[in-house]
Write a protein that binds this ligand. Structure first.
Ligand code: Q46
Ligand code: ZN
Ligand code: ZN
Length: 309
């Protein structure tokens, strides 16, 4: 197969776009697509101060790379959750991931980042807090998500960033959408969007510049750009429902290329309808008495309650 732009051998073929590109034109296309999404959804302006949550995985490192290349003032944030599975014959997942972030930044002089070590700052790692609260019952992911959201918002607010960006790709968004539709989580559906505006003083603006790009596409970019990342999934992700949804959607995508993209873009069009909008506007948030972050509870936010118990 040949590159549609220059006729040289193509390295990557996108069936859903009927497009094959070479190693020069593929990264160019990828960067353009990201820039277009930022503009189309008015995620942030060229002069914005951007905080990017980096996990050491391919998506967030690719996004960091692309945003720096586009000239944005972007600062990394790595949250060390303390996920260590050596006692179960696995890897010290958080340390390995952190090392990938350090290595990435070391090869790019303009890359700056902050590390928040959850155990050092709050007295317990994420798995320890989850163990205390849930006593080993099911996965710690809901507590992990709560901690990550709180820390990201705190760092973004304290550092006066205009926007917080994450590396969520189309596969992530389509799987989340699938789950939200399957269980008719209308509140979540209302808040699932490429960009979420800031809410009052408390909740910082959030954006997902890769929301229209397939996971395969971000993987191809990291490969061509020579970005090394943590290949392993988080050990707690094994057996997660979101992975099952991804598999189901990938099967459908295989039979009908473009399924995931149509599913997601169709949702974004439907989202403009009043039903979802009303749900989005229906929640009132007040500042937490302890940390000041917005909360739907009257006194302490869910994060502060976590450490109270
Ligand atoms: S890091 Fe945390 Fe994920 Fe691991 S514990 Fe679950 S939520 S799976 S993105
Ligand atoms: Zn080419
Ligand atoms: Zn709080």
């Amino acid at each position: 197969m040949k590159c549609l732009k220059c006729g040289r051998p193509a390295v990557f073929h996108m069936r859903h776009h009927k497009l094959a590109l070479c190693e020069i034109h593929y990264p160019e296309w990828f960067v353009k697509q990201t820039e277009r999404a930022i503009q189309k959804y008015r995620m942030f302006d060229p002069g914005a101060r951007v905080l990017i949550a980096v996990s050491g995985g391919k998506d967030s490192l690719a996004l960091w790379d692309v945003l720096m290349g586009l000239g944005y003032a972007v600062h990394g944030l790595y949250i060390d959750l303390g996920i260590d599975w050596r006692h179960k014959g696995g890897i010290d997942y958080s340390s390995v991931s952190r090392e990938k972030v350090v290595q990435f930044a070391a090869t790019r002089p303009e890359a700056r980042f902050t590390v928040v070590d959850v155990a050092a700052e709050y007295g317990e790692s994420m798995p320890q807090a989850a163990q205390r609260i849930r006593r080993g019952r099911d996965k710690p992911c809901s507590i992990c998500g709560l901690i990550k959201r709180h820390v990201m918002n705190r760092v973004a607010r304290d550092g006066d960033y205009d926007v917080l960006v994450t590396g969520h790709n189309l596969d992530d968004e389509a799987a989340a959408l699938f789950g939200n539709v399957l269980h008719w989580k209308t509140g979540y559906l209302a808040r699932q969007a490429p960009v979420l505006p800031a809410q009052g003083e408390g909740l910082v603006r959030k954006a997902k510049p890769f929301c229209r790009l397939y996971e395969r596409e971000t993987a191809a970019y990291t490969l061509i750009a020579g970005i090394d990342y943590v290949y392993a999934e988080c050990p707690y992700a094994i057996g997660a429902t979101s992975l099952r949804y991804k598999e189901t959607l990938s099967q459908m995508e295989h039979q009908a290329p473009g399924t995931k993209l149509q599913f997601y873009l169709g949702f974004l069009r439907a989202r403009k309808e009043a039903f979802f909008r009303e749900r989005a506007e229906g929640v009132t948030l007040t500042p937490c008495h302890n940390c000041g972050q917005p909360s739907s509870a009257p006194d302490l936010c869910a994060f502060c309650r976590l450490w109270e118990r």
